[in-house]
Each structure stands twice: as structure tokens, then as C-alpha cells.
Design a protein around this ligand. Structure first.
Ligand code: TRP
Length: 448
């Protein structure tokens, strides 16, 4: 496909949209973030709140983004201005959120590549997995070099265009990831002492739920579904006019949630079995997985295969983020796809450096008790994401108007959308109110 207004490509098939959007949604948010957040915020009860948020807030929001994208058929900034001039600022928030997320996503992608390399070389010593992780992330050059490799990887794929590059890539990586997770999950739940982890993960203790848990669950739901960053608007803009948006959009949260829940089964029983601290945060999967693979026959082989698939999941999300930025920059500056990638890739590298150094040389730099990496994650998940989602709801609810959105969702009456009344109430009233409440609360308690 080429950039530039009317000449946008479209997906070869409807399943192309579903798989690419699922590829965007399924990423390190599911595999890396979900298990450690569940670990930090009370286990099963958190999972219950998370699932409710996916259904009640996430799904209606996906519909809104897909419909807006297809309606406007342009980049995510112009999507707003084609409907009403002066609303491009929401797209700018989407752009900033994507930019900051992609900057530290590269750091994580680099870590994944390093672990993949370690497994190819025979695996990480299980007894010293924690020290290994701390040592690697605290070093200066290796994480930066791996980050550069990761960036080069997703940049090359994006430069090949959406159907040839992205669609083909997602089509085989995602199914394979599911199968591998089931295999490793079975090993994890059958480890000695796994039962304690299973009950932590599955037996809810609702006394652990408070306003912060609800806020964290909501922002994790949005993060995991790639919402509030214009990603689904961008992918929606390539959807054919006669496609059934409701059915297509429903597949995304289902697939995304299956992978997140499976990640919990892979990580949490093992955490308890090996006696790691479930509250330890971002290092959780990197410390736990090597220990699981060390207990498996052909562990190094399975470990390498598993990290290849984690890499796929991370790459498809990074592709979606870059595609998002590229679409705006390319159309605004009238640059070709290849040139835009060449411009953006080095910027992503430089902007990722402080997040990478945050675990080593820049360890001392903290704000509100967070290092630079955590600050970036906080800024994306708890500041930019809620602001841009809030305005998207207001935009759809009061500027574009639910009536028009529903017309797009049903392809002008071609498909039935029985829940259109409920959807309207959710998008125009419930969602903005919940997001506002949560954001005020999280600002109130930041660092506390
Ligand atoms: N959903 C991705 C994940 O789970 C992260 C993400 C959030 C994302 N917003 C995005 C990816 C926008 C692509 C585009 O890892």
C-alpha cells in the first residue's frame, strides 16, 4: 500500500484485520505485564475485575475505534478532523501515547531478544535467574544493542507495507503462540507446589479490591487491547466498507484475554513453586521462565521456541505502534513509507535510551519513587491513555454522535446491532465517567 489520502490499502480479508488487531493487542502487555500486575494486585480478585472491564469498557471502546477508523479512512489525527475540525488534538494525544509506549517497548523487546539468545546458547542457570536478570538489565551496552536489533526488526517489517509484511507475519505467529503457551502452561501447573499459585490466581479474595485495583485493572484492560492510542482507528481504516464490524471487533478481546489468562497459568504457579516474590514487578517473567524451562526435558529448546513466540507477540505490537506513527508522519510530511521508517527508527532508538539505562547507570534518577522506565509506563498507562480515551468517548458521544457511529457499525443498516442502546450509554456516559474518576484517583495517589 502507499501513503497519501485516497490511495490507502485495505486488508486482503476480514480475518486479516482480526489477526492484525489481535497481533497488536496480544503483546508484552499480556505476557509480561499481566502476570506481574496480577501478582502485585491481589491475584484472582484482580482477574475478575479485569475481565469485567474488558467486557463492559474494552469491547464498546474497540467498536468505537474501529467504526471511526473505517468511517474516516485516514490516519488517526485526520480521522477526528474529517468529522469535525478542531478535534485533531485527540489524535495528537493518541500519537504521543503511541510514541512513548514504543520508546520503552523497544527496551523490553531487547530483553526478550537477549533471553532468546541465551536459550539458543543453552539456557539461563535456574538457580541464579534473579541475579542474571538484575545483572543483565543493569549493564549498559548489551540491553541497548539488543534494543537496536529489536527496532531494526520491526522497522524492516513495517517498511514492507501492511498486507505483505504485517498480515503475513501475524497469520502464523499467533496460532503457534497459543499452542506453545498451553504446552508450557501444563508444565508450570504440574510443578511441585504449583497449587498455591493456582489458588492465588483462581480463588478470589474480594477484600483485596479497592479503588486503585479497579483503576489498575481498567488501564491494563485498555493497554492490553491497544486502545486509546489510535491503533485500532488506524487498522480500522483499512477495513472494507461491507465488513461486519461487530463480529470482527468481538474477536479481539476474546483472543487477547485467552492469551493473558494463559500467561497467568504459565507464570504464577511457577512463581509460587520456586518461591519467587509475586510482587516483584517487571522482572517476573524473565526470572520465572528460565526456572520453568530448566525443569523441562529439552528445556533450552522449548525456552528458545517460547521466546521466539514472545518475540513475535512483541514485534506485532511494535509494528502496530510504528504503523500508527508512520501513518500520521507519512501523510503529514508526504513522505514515502520507506523514508518515514528511516526517519522514525533512529528517533525510537534515541528515545528508548533513558528507559534502558534506568536499570543501570541511571538507577539513581527517580521521581515519585519510579525510575525512568517505570515513569514512562506510568505516563502512558495512567496519564496519556486515560486522557485520550476520555476524549475519544466525548468525541464519539457528543461530536460525531452515537447515531452516526451506529450507522457505521451496522454498515448502514446491513447488519443488526441489538445492543446499540446499551453501547450508546456506555460510550457517552459510563466510560467517560469511569475514566475520569480513575484518573483523578490515580493522580491523587501517585507515588503513594
Ligand atoms: N496491547 C499491547 C500489548 O499488550 C500494547 C499496546 C498498547 C499497543 N497500546 C498499543 C500495541 C497500541 C500497539 C498499538 O503489549
Amino acid at each position: 500500500m502507499t501513503n497519501g489520502g485516497t490511495n490507502r490499502g485495505s486488508w486482503n480479508s476480514n480475518i486479516g484485520f482480526v489477526l492484525a488487531a489481535a497481533g497488536s493487542a496480544i503483546g508484552l502487555g499480556n505476557l509480561w505485564k499481566f502476570p506481574y500486575i496480577v501478582g502485585r494486585h491481589g491475584g484472582a480478585a484482580f482477574v475478575v475485575v479485569y475481565l469485567i472491564m474488558i467486557v463492559v469498557l474494552g469491547f464498546p471502546f474497540i467498536l468505537a475505534e474501529t467504526a471511526l477508523g473505517r468511517h474516516a479512512r485516514t490516519n488517526m489525527v485526520d480521522a477526528y478532523t474529517t468529522v469535525r475540525r478542531g478535534w485533531g488534538f485527540v489524535g495528537v494525544f493518541n500519537f504521543l501515547a503511541s510514541f512513548f509506549l514504543l520508546s520503552y517497548y523497544g527496551v523490553l523487546g531487547g530483553w526478550v531478544l537477549n533471553y532468546l539468545w541465551q536459550f539458543i546458547k543453552g539456557g539461563v542457570e535456574s538457580g541464579s535467574a534473579e541475579q542474571y536478570f538484575a545483572g543483565f538489565t543493569a549493564s549498559t551496552l548489551p540491553p541497548i544493542l539488543w534494543m537496536a536489533v529489536f527496532i531494526a526488526l520491526y522497522a524492516v517489517i513495517v517498511s514492507h507495507g501492511i498486507t505483505k509484511g504485517i498480515e503475513r507475519f501475524s497469520n502464523f505467529a499467533m496460532p503457534l503462540l497459543l499452542i506453545m503457551m498451553i504446552v508450557v502452561g501444563i508444565r508450570s501447573v504440574t510443578l511441585p507446589g504449583a497449587a498455591e499459585g493456582l489458588s492465588f490466581y483462581l480463588k478470589p479474595d474480594f477484600s483485596k479490591i479497592n479503588l486503585s485495583t479497579i483503576g489498575v485493572a481498567t488501564s491494563q484492560a485498555f493497554y492490553s487491547l491497544s486502545l486509546g492510542m489510535g491503533a485500532i482507528i488506524t487498522y480500522g481504516s483499512y477495513v472494507k466498507r461491507d465488513a461486519n464490524i461487530v463480529r470482527m471487533s468481538a474477536a479481539i478481546p476474546i483472543l487477547d484475554t485467552i492469551v493473558a489468562l494463559l500467561a497467568g497459568f504459565v507464570i504464577l504457579p511457577a512463581v509460587f513453586s520456586f518461591g519467587y516474590d509475586p510482587q516483584q514487578g517487571p522482572g517476573l517473567i524473565f526470572v520465572t521462565l528460565p526456572a520453568v524451562f530448566a525443569r523441562m526435558k529439552f528445556g533450552a529448546f522449548f525456552g528458545a521456541l517460547f521466546f521466539v513466540l514472545v518475540l513475535f507477540a512483541a514485534v506485532t505490537s511494535a509494528i502496530s505502534l510504528l504503523e500508527n506513527l508512520l501513518d500520521v508522519v507519512g501523510e503529514k510530511c508526504r513522505l514515502s513509507r520507506g523514508k518515514t521508517v528511516l526517519l522514525l527508527a533512529p528517533i525510537m532508538f534515541v528515545s528508548g535510551l533513558p528507559s534502558s539505562l534506568a536499570f543501570g547507570p541511571m538507577q539513581g534518577f527517580t521521581l515519585f519513587g519510579m525510575n525512568f522506565f517505570d515513569l514512562m509506563d506510568f505516563a502512558v498507562s495512567h496519564v496519556l491513555l486515560p486522557i485520550s480515551s476520555f476524549f475519544l468517548c466525548i468525541f464519539v458521544g457528543y461530536v460525531w454522535r452515537p447515531r452516526n457511529a451506529v450507522r457505521e457499525i451496522t454498515s448502514h443498516g446491513r447488519y443488526r446491532f441489538v445492543l446499540s442502546g446499551v453501547w450508546t450509554a456506555l460510550i457517552a456516559v459510563v466510560l467517560p465517567a469511569v475514566i475520569l474518576g480513575i484518573t483523578i484517583h490515580s493522580f491523587w495517589t501517585v507515588g503513594g
